[in-house]
Design a protein around this ligand. Structure first.
Ligand SMILES: [Zn+2]
Length: 447
């Protein structure tokens, strides 16, 4: 590759993911776009041998927390970690930054804070909270890719959860812009769990404190409102397998329902999570093995559309790492760097690689409906690519983590599927475990 020729590449492998299949090809790009794909190995192409070349992953659910909670996570660190994991585009949630992104002014603060720090491409969601329905049209016009709401306390007081009435005000606006409403689906029917208060280090007590019923009830409500207002609804981080039946029925009915799950719900099981280890705490919780097998099946048969990390880190004190107190600890998992490897480790025995790749590429790209050609290797598409070895295993250590706080439930676990190199708009940005370029990501917005 000519180093001075920005956005240009020529790479070859015996396993390029083209038209849903792995096949030998040389891929060329100029000025950030894929310009030529030929089946033979071209003499001037970099040869990646038997490694897989596929589109860069799109992670449609991350919390970067800048501005205002940059000590939790920031654009620079989060987007570097994304590249190291083969992710070339992420979409940032409207919380837990401060301000939260619930007005055009807040979005401007986000965009300003992100300037010059984006190692991968980043889009933004706006928030739906009680009383901000007047801001939604402005946010939509300013380029957000969707809106997020909570049906349960969000974890931070400046992003209150919505009631049915708030949703009935917001949904007609969203329908007008065709933007999805992403819903955190847990609908509490009790205040606090006495079992967890009595025994705050017990993972089983934490699991019982957020039952499947909460999730099922909230999913049912969101489906009902989606039908009533013809509003696209996306169920984030599905963890209850019982909710899959509701989602399947809604899809069969032709409703505008999509859904995601996360690697942590696929790779870990409640039965083997140690007590007093807050690294695994997220909401909704990681459930039992039998439940999680059904989530894997749902990715195979299309009830779940894609996988996203819900990367939501916090500083060690707020994560209660020392006390191990699951009642008090921040509910969020740091995983932006492991979308590809953790998902593949969880699914490689369940799903063929050809069916797996779209769950991280084409499917989230279709959901995000961005005016950018992403998620496929095709002439005219953006040359955001990842080169990885699906057979190679590795054990991530704390020093390998590129996000802000060096702890994650994925460290010390043997993962399968190692990223060799990442390309952003035709430029090599990650190679041999190092970020090899200055920030080159752009703001992904609705045209
Ligand atoms: Zn989240």
């Amino acid at each position: 590759m000519d180093k001075d020729n920005k956005g240009s590449l020529k790479i070859y492998s015996q396993r390029c993911f083209l038209e849903g299949r792995l096949m030998p090809a040389s891929i060329s790009a100029t000025e950030g776009k894929i310009t030529e794909i030929v089946p033979e190995k071209q003499p001037d192409a970099i040869d990646f041998g038997n490694a897989v070349i596929m589109p860069g992953c799109l992670d449609a659910h991350v919390h970067i927390n800048e501005p205002g909670r940059t000590d939790w996570e920031g654009f620079e660190t989060a987007t570097r970690a994304a590249l190291a994991g083969g992710t070339t585009s992420v979409v940032d949630m409207p919380l837990n930054s401060s301000p939260v992104t619930v007005s055009v002014k807040d979005l401007e603060a986000k965009v300003e804070a992100a300037k010059g720090k984006l190692h991968c491409h980043v889009g933004f969601y706006g928030g739906v909270i009680p009383g901000n329905s007047g801001e939604l049209a402005g946010l939509a016009k300013a380029g957000v890719l969707g809106f997020k709401c909570f049906l349960v306390h969000s974890g931070i007081d400046d992003f209150p959860n919505v009631s049915r009435q708030d949703l009935e005000e917001a949904m007609p606006v969203l329908d007008k812009f065709g933007l999805p409403l992403l819903a955190h689906c847990e609908f509490p029917d009790k205040e606090e769990s006495s079992a967890l208060i009595m025994n705050p280090k017990s993972y089983m007590a934490y699991l019982e404190s957020r039952p499947k019923k909460w999730e099922n009830d909230a999913v049912a409500l969101m489906i009902e409102l989606s039908e009533k207002f013809n509003c696209p609804v996306h169920i984030v981080h599905v963890s209850s397998a019982e909710a899959l039946i509701l989602i399947q029925k809604a899809k069969e009915k032709g409703l505008k329902i999509t859904a995601e799950t996360c690697p942590q719900y696929l790779l870990f099981d409640a039965e083997t999570i140690p007590d007093g280890n807050t690294l695994y705490k997220c909401a909704p919780p990681i459930r039992e093995k039998e439940n999680n097998l059904l989530l894997k099946k749902a990715l195979k048969n299309g009830i779940l559309d894609f996988i996203a990390t819900d990367h939501s880190p916090a500083p060690p004190e707020i994560k209660e790492l020392e006390s191990g107190n699951l009642a008090k600890a921040w509910g969020g998992i740091a995983g932006i760097q492991f979308l590809l490897s953790a998902s593949w480790t969880a699914l490689r025995d369940e799903i063929s690689i050809e069916k797996f790749i779209p769950l991280l590429t084409e499917n989230p790209a279709r959901f995000l409906k961005v005016d950018y050609k992403k998620g496929k290797i095709k002439t005219g598409y953006d040359a955001d690519l990842v080169v990885w070895n699906p057979e190679e295993t590795f054990v991530p250590q704390e020093e390998d983590l590129l996000f802000r706080h060096k702890f994650s439930p994925y460290t010390g676990k043997r993962l399968t599927g190692r990223v060799l190199s990442t390309y952003l708009a035709g430029n090599q940005v990650y190679y041999q475990q190092k970020i090899t370029s200055s920030p080159q990501g752009i703001w992904l917005r609705q045209a």
